[in-house]
Design a protein around this ligand. Structure first.
Ligand code: PMP
Length: 390
């Protein structure tokens, strides 16, 4: 670890050595029997992580944005109405993608730090015009958590498909795709899934697959077309060779390794670990008089924390001082407040030790910049809070 900086941004994250070692194995043919088994296992393990025994998993080379693109390209046709429930930068991205495929989008946004109310969502759905709605589970630009369950229930009531951008939540926040009736849950590999960037991962409900199969018009993107990928996923799951676009062999070997580790920890334990660490971290941040973007802890993500810089502090200087102490945190992303806040990722295999290192570096940097805080206060708050959790 000597000389290595701890990567505490909201993706890519710190990866398990075992996962990185798996990635470094000699590349095999994509139809070698051992790789077919790895691919098939990964598809099956995804169902466990997504809690979707009846879902159709997709593993495709690309990023989280490709997974968003796939949902839009395959489910939406020209003129379809889609409701985008946004809590930051990535809600707007979903609207852009949907618009590109000819959707008629309506975006619901709340003031920064707040979420759209369930009443506002129901008022829109009552119009009866929507085919689908999208939710950003955790918007990485604001650190806001939207609870998908009540929205998915409403969507079901009005016969609307639910698409969840889980890029910053899958394998970190609670998701029960089948039980909650969500039609698409998508992510990228580099966040709580714990695999270096390069895989788009998506789980579609049977209803979503039926909607795709009953399209009137062809899918507008060749690469994203489920028609090309469905037979491939089915073949690998049946442990048969198949080809459409060359799979990212090494990344998929790493994915199987990481998914196995996730399932070994168990989803309930994993979600609880994220919740406990995030709660303690927020207490520590508050002890430094730093204000987080979400207006209440109920809507604060457990995979990252976004906090405003103290008044009068230059954000770039603060982050540079933190980096000098071998910890990397991220700057702001939401255009309106970009230079006034920063973000710390705490997902995947994150441990209390990682967060102690972040808090120590942050506290020292704040002290060096003349902030009137008590040395050790955040470490004490973090530890006290953590010791109270079960
Ligand atoms: N949605 C959310 C919530 C994200 O955090 C990100 C990435 N930060 C994306 C979508 C896009 O994913 P990618 O960068 O892997 O394309």
């Amino acid at each position: 670890m000597k000389g290595r900086k701890l990567l505490m941004i909201p993706g890519p994250i710190e990866f398990e050595p075992e996962v990185l070692r798996a990635m470094g194995m000699a590349t095999t043919s994509h139809i070698a029997p051992n790789f077919i088994a790895v691919f098939g296992n990964s598809l099956e393990l995804m169902r466990e992580v997504w809690q979707s025994p009846t879902g159709q998993p997709f593993i495709v080379a690309g990023t989280g944005t490709l997974a968003m693109d796939m949902a839009a390209a395959n489910l939406i046709e020209q003129g379809d109405h889609v409701l985008v429930i946004s809590s930051g930068y990535f809600g707007k991205r979903f609207k852009d993608i949907l618009d590109r495929y000819g959707a008629n989008t309506t975006i619901l946004e709340a003031p920064i730090g707040e979420i759209v109310s369930i009443e506002a969502i129901e008022n829109e759905l009552k119009t009866g015009k929507y085919k689908a709605l999208t939710i950003t589970h955790v918007d990485t630009s604001t650190g806001i958590l939207m609870h998908p369950k009540p929205i998915a229930q409403l969507a079901k009531k009005y016969g609307v498909l639910t698409i969840l951008d889980g890029v910053c939540s899958v394998a970190g926040e609670e998701i029960k795709q089948d039980e909650w009736g969500i039609d698409v849950v998508l992510t990228g590999s580099q966040k709580a899934i714990g695999v270096p960037p390069g895989l788009a991962l998506l789980m579609a409900s049977q209803k979503a697959i039926d909607v795709f199969k009953n399209r009137q018009t062809p899918v507008g993107s060749y690469y994203s077309d489920w028609g090309n990928w469905l037979p491939i996923m089915k073949a690998y799951e049946e442990r048969k060779p198949s080809y459409f676009g060359t799979p990212a062999v090494n990344l998929i070997v790493a994915l199987e390794t990481s998914l196995k580790k996730i399932c070994k920890e168990g989803m309930d334990n994993r979600v609880k670990r994220h919740q406990n660490l995030a709660k303690a971290f927020r207490a520590a941040i508050a002890s430094l008089n730093l204000e987080i973007i979400p207006k209440s802890n109920q809507i604060a993500a457990n995979t990252l924390t976004a906090a405003y810089y103290p008044k009068g502090i230059d954000g770039a200087a603060l982050r540079a001082k933190i980096a000098e102490k071998n910890v990397i945190v991220a700057g702001g992303l939401l255009a309106e407040i970009k230079t006034s806040y920063f973000r710390i990722g705490h997902m995947g295999s994150v441990s209390p030790n990682d967060l102690v290192a972040v808090l120590s570096a942050l506290e020292c940097a704040l002290l060096e910049l003349g902030q009137p805080i008590e040395s050790g206060i955040s470490l004490q708050s973090f530890q006290n809070e953590l010791m109270q959790t079960d």
